[in-house]
Ligand binder design. Structure first.
Ligand SMILES: Nc1nc2c(ncn2[C@@H]2O[C@H](COP(=O)(O)OP(=O)(O)OP(=O)(O)O)[C@@H](O)[C@H]2O)c(=O)[nH]1
Length: 463
């Protein structure tokens, strides 16, 4: 995750402020030093770092914390606001007919992002099409074709043609019934003149509503030049930062956004078409500062639940009414799996983000996912009756299942124990009235690190 280091070191520093009602200069200096160190090591431009840290320092010392606010919350609020100011708003992206042109260097993730964005628009109810004009990189056509198939969206490309401008023209015509056109372009190793000339020509034929620059999060200081060059030639409306799953940096990309006065449109967080997030500055910074991002989390949960219901023909409502079976447990696990890597999900839960995650060994989450996989294999070896009512699984059946699945018997015991636990929890839920449910949700929200929810556009401190 981008600026990961900033998140964890800031949280540590903030923790030392717990319980204090006033800040002295030494406290503020300590916080500012941490911020500088982390931002610089994440490749944020020095000038920007100085600007940001100066204003944090001045505000933290001069502004009176509002009554009832702890020193820690006061500083956190200032850091939060200044970071949101640095990163800016999200690129405007109305959900309507539009043409989007993608630009960027080779390997930055344009083709992948084109398919991801198409998937994203399709989930928002629009009909997207991807047009692949990259005739430069062998394999770009096949890659785009495959990814758009995965995303279940329309695709146009011509592996035999060699004129990208003509492909763009033909592509727009061939996909005229699509509502959102995403035009992928060729990259080059560096900012060669012919790349710029080519994209200018495509730009004039396509006449995009938005041109987005795709930047690899690990790009470092070079991002600034690239952004400026593309800005001069075709005008950049927004940036897509890719490969955030693979780096703790990302400061170069943030600097580029700031330098060109553009904004961030999307974040890429993995290699599959679903690994894309619309950039939301409030949620992003909240997550970074360990306050969780409830909005992204609820979107992911909703999506995962929908898919599980569609594909496995499962209705969670039934689960609340009848017995909680092993099948229900399996469906829940599948929904969890669809939400993406557990550590990313945990990061979005206020109060859990940072704090708890930092205390776990690095592979703790893998182990959990590993466990889920072996549970799945064990359940494959069970009969229908056992899945419906695991209480029939005595010692004899346990031996058979463990043997048949090749999974150690202890795992099976863990599975049965986990099922018993979840069943008990479900029974408690079922006995709850709506009022209890609401109180519990409220409690969860109030456990957010900054003392607030971190919900959507509201920021972690409420309004
Ligand atoms: N882990 C991870 N990998 C990514 C992400 N986005 C792209 N990639 C990978 O990065 C590599 C390059 O991505 P492409 O989409 O082919 O890049 P491109 O900009 O279209 O490249 P050219 O067509 O050569 O200009 C591929 O192996 C992708 O799978 C991401 O968000 N996370």
């Amino acid at each position: 995750m981008v600026l990961d280091d900033l998140g964890s070191s800031l949280r540590d520093t903030m923790d030392t402020l717990r319980g204090k009602s006033r800040l002295d200069e030494a406290d503020v200096e300590e916080v500012v030093r941490e911020i500088q160190r982390s931002l610089l090591s994440a490749d944020v431009d020095v000038g920007l770092v100085m600007e940001l840290s100066d204003s944090i320092e001045t505000r933290a010392l001069e502004e009176e914390p509002p009554g009832g606010t702890t020193a820690r919350d006061h500083v956190l609020k200032i850091v939060y606001e200044e970071m949101v100011g640095l990163i800016g708003e999200s690129t405007e992206l109305p959900l309507q007919e539009q043409t989007i042109l993608l630009a960027g260097l080779q390997g930055s993730g344009k083709t992948t992002s084109a398919a991801k964005m198409a998937w994203w628009f399709s989930k928002k109810g629009l009909r997207p099409a991807v047009i692949q004009t990259d005739t430069f990189r062998p394999g770009a056509y096949d890659q785009a074709k495959q990814m758009t198939e995965d995303a279940e969206v329309q695709f146009y490309g011509d592996p035999d043609a060699d004129d990208p401008v003509q492909i763009a023209r033909d592509g727009l015509e061939a996909t005229s019934d699509a509502e959102v056109h995403i035009v992928d372009t060729a990259g080059r190793h560096a900012l060669e003149d012919d790349l710029i000339a080519e994209i200018e020509e495509i730009d004039s034929v396509v006449d995009p509503d938005r041109s987005l620059l795709v930047l690899d999060a690990a790009i470092g200081q070079g991002a600034k030049d690239q952004a400026q060059r593309f800005e001069e030639s075709i005008g950049i409306d927004g940036v897509v930062i890719t490969k955030l799953d693979g780096t703790a940096k990302g400061g170069g990309a943030l600097t580029a956004v700031n330098e060109t006065g553009s904004s961030i449109a999307f974040l890429g967080t993995g290699e599959t078409v679903q690994d894309i997030e619309r950039f939301e500055p409030n949620g992003f910074i909240s997550r970074l500062l360990g306050m969780g991002d409830l909005k992204q989390l609820s979107e992911r949960v909703e999506r995962a639940m929908e898919e599980t219901q569609e594909e496995d023909d499962w209705d969670p409502e039934d689960m609340m009414e009848g017995e909680f079976t092993l099948k229900d447990m399996r469906n829940q696990m599948r929904a969890m799996d669809r939400m993406g890597p557990l550590d990313q999900v945990m990061d979005m839960i206020p109060g859990l983000g940072g704090g708890i995650m930092d205390q776990l060994p690095d592979d703790a989450m893998d182990v959990t996912q590993d466990r889920m996989r072996s549970f799945d294999i064990l359940m494959d070896s069970m009969t229908e009756a056992e899945l419906e009512d695991p209480s029939v699984i005595g010692a004899e059946r346990q031996r058979r299942i463990a043997h048949g699945s090749g999974v150690p018997a202890e795992r099976l015991e863990e599975l049965l124990e986990q099922h018993r636990m979840m069943k008990r929890t479900m029974e408690q839920f079922a006995g709850m009235g709506d009022g209890d449910m609401q109180r519990m949700m409220k409690k969860m929200q109030n456990q957010g690190g900054g003392g607030g929810g971190g919900m959507g556009g509201m920021g972690p401190f409420g309004d």
